[in-house]
Ligand binder design. Structure first.
Ligand SMILES: *Cc1c(COP(=O)(O)O)cnc(C)c1O
Length: 470
């Protein structure tokens, strides 16, 4: 590690006059930038030789843990295998070099792919039409709620201001409703972790615009009462919204459109494999049932994004769907479900399983079963890094104190999954025999434990170059 330039910013490695490039002669020298727009001083750019640049970025990239490095069971995020063919398709110059304002007759191939994806999503979800505009799940929620709001407005029904959201919902649900100018009303979960129909009944009246449901919900459970819920919600004139961010376990098993949902979004970057993280890139297409098509952006006054959405993400999703094909896409749901249940059953002797039922593609532990060791979910997550595994999602959902949400996806082999189960057991044993080793983890990563609270309260988001002699 010492002879590496690890930990430095490229600016700190800069030496005046060093170069890693040679530019061709400037053929456009005659086209001067207008004087008023020109820099007064040179831009502050790092000056480095080629080997320094290559090593700097290579060493940094090796400190990242990605799904291509190892098992990545981050629940509610679906970090799945991203086939290289997706990247090849997305990088094809015929797609990558398109201009958003190019005349339609010069990009028929791209429009065909766009149309093909819309149709595939309709078939997968059982809904009539999709817009591919939204850039993320949350953006899809907002779009879908705008569709619902205009549905009511067009009918002259202006008193519907409430959106019912389960207490287990992803935080984006209430946030999207609020951004859309609607009031959020929370519906309780039963002790089993699904929507409490009796509580819902008491909340329904003619001021409700929509009910948002996530299925499987954020606990990884199938919402069993959907037909009854849909009947109640439709009975009071409201619409049913499906948060389909995590559609994995549904693929090939059932379709939201057949369950009575009117509007839904799908996270292409989760279910249909696009490398994502740190907030992007994503795509959250929104589908509607028959009769609502003309309310979608592009067909109505609703405008949610420029051009054709996050096109490279759309292409990756379409490539993934076509690679699996009609036949194999049906295996995704059952395999994702089998893998999650296998891990849950194999580890519930050592980890607390608050809701002990069959799960879908993910499930939640509430920390270690043996609470006397003082070893927390955070400690287990950090110790996993020492063994070369990414941690599950921790401290979400908020329903439990020591949540640990595990999602293996359908892509992993039994060997990989068994390796994870083995390490999780090993950590549970260490928690009893050598708890300090777990509490002080990680030991093998370039950086130990960071101070989360300090980082959140005093984030350092800019870099200040030291003046000479400072
Ligand atoms: C990830 C997720 C979202 C939000 O999706 P983004 O693309 O991150 O905006 C919404 N709902 C659920 C259930 C999710 O898992």
């Amino acid at each position: 590690m010492n002879n590496r330039l690890y930990g430095n910013l490229i600016f700190e490695l800069s030496h005046e006059g060093r170069r890693a490039y040679s530019l061709p002669e400037n053929k456009f020298a005659g086209y001067e930038v207008p004087a008023g727009l020109r820099r007064k001083e040179d831009a502050m750019l790092p000056e480095c030789d080629e080997m320094t640049v290559v090593r700097h970025y290579t060493n940094h990239s090796e400190n990242n843990f990605g799904v291509n490095n190892g098992f990545y069971p981050l629940g509610s995020c679906t970090m799945k295998y991203n086939p290289a063919i997706n990247e090849e398709v997305a990088a094809m110059p015929e797609f990558a070099n398109l201009h958003p304002l190019q005349p339609a007759d010069t990009c028929q191939g791209a429009l065909e792919a766009y149309d093909g994806l819309q149709r595939a999503l309709s078939e997968i979800s059982g809904l009539a039409k999709f817009t591919l505009n939204p850039f993320a799940g949350a953006h899809g929620e907002l779009t879908g709620l705008m569709v619902i709001r205009s549905y009511h407005e067009r009918r002259g029904d202006t008193k519907r201001t409430k959106v019912i959201v389960p207490d287990s919902a992803h935080g984006t649900n209430p946030a999207s409703a609020a951004v859309c100018g609607l009031d959020v009303v929370e519906v309780k979960s039963t002790p089993e972790g699904i929507v409490d129909v009796e509580d819902l009944r008491s909340l329904l009246d003619d001021s409700v615009a929509a009910m948002m449901m996530t299925n499987p919900n954020t606990l990884g459970l199938f919402e069993r009462e959907i037909p009854e819920i849909a009947e109640l919600v439709h009975g009071c004139g409201a619409l049913m919204y499906y948060d389909g961010a995590n559609l994995n376990p549904m693929l090939g098993v059932c379709r939201p459109g057949d369950m009575g949902f009117d509007v839904m979004h799908i996270n292409l970057h989760k279910t249909f494999s696009t490398p994502h993280g740190g907030g992007g890139p994503g795509a959250g297409p929104v589908g509607v049932r028959k009769g609502l098509e003309e309310l979608l952006p592009g067909e109505s006054e609703i405008s949610v994004g420029p051009y054709h959405g996050n096109f490279a993400v759309l292409l990756r999703a379409y490539a993934y769907i076509l690679t699996l094909g009609r036949e194999h896409i049906k295996e995704v749901g059952p395999l994702a479900t089998l893998n999650a249940n296998y891990i849950k059953e194999s580890l519930k002797d050592a980890y607390e399983l608050p809701i002990d039922t069959t799960c879908m593609h993910e499930f939640v532990f509430d920390g270690l079963k043996d609470k006397s060791t003082g070893v927390t979910t955070m400690d287990v997550a950090k110790r996993l890094l020492d063994y070369g595994y990414h941690a599950p999602t921790i401290y979400f959902p908020l329903l439990f104190h020591e949540s640990m949400m595990v999602e293996p996806t359908e892509n992993e082999s039994k060997d990989t999954i068994d390796g994870f189960i083995d390490v999780m057991h090993r950590i549970a044993n260490e928690a009893k025999s050598i708890p300090e080793a777990v509490k002080d983890a990680p030991h093998n990563t370039p950086i130990g434990r960071v101070d989360d609270v300090l980082a959140a309260k005093h984030p350092v988001l800019t870099y200040r170059q030291l003046a000479a002699g400072e």
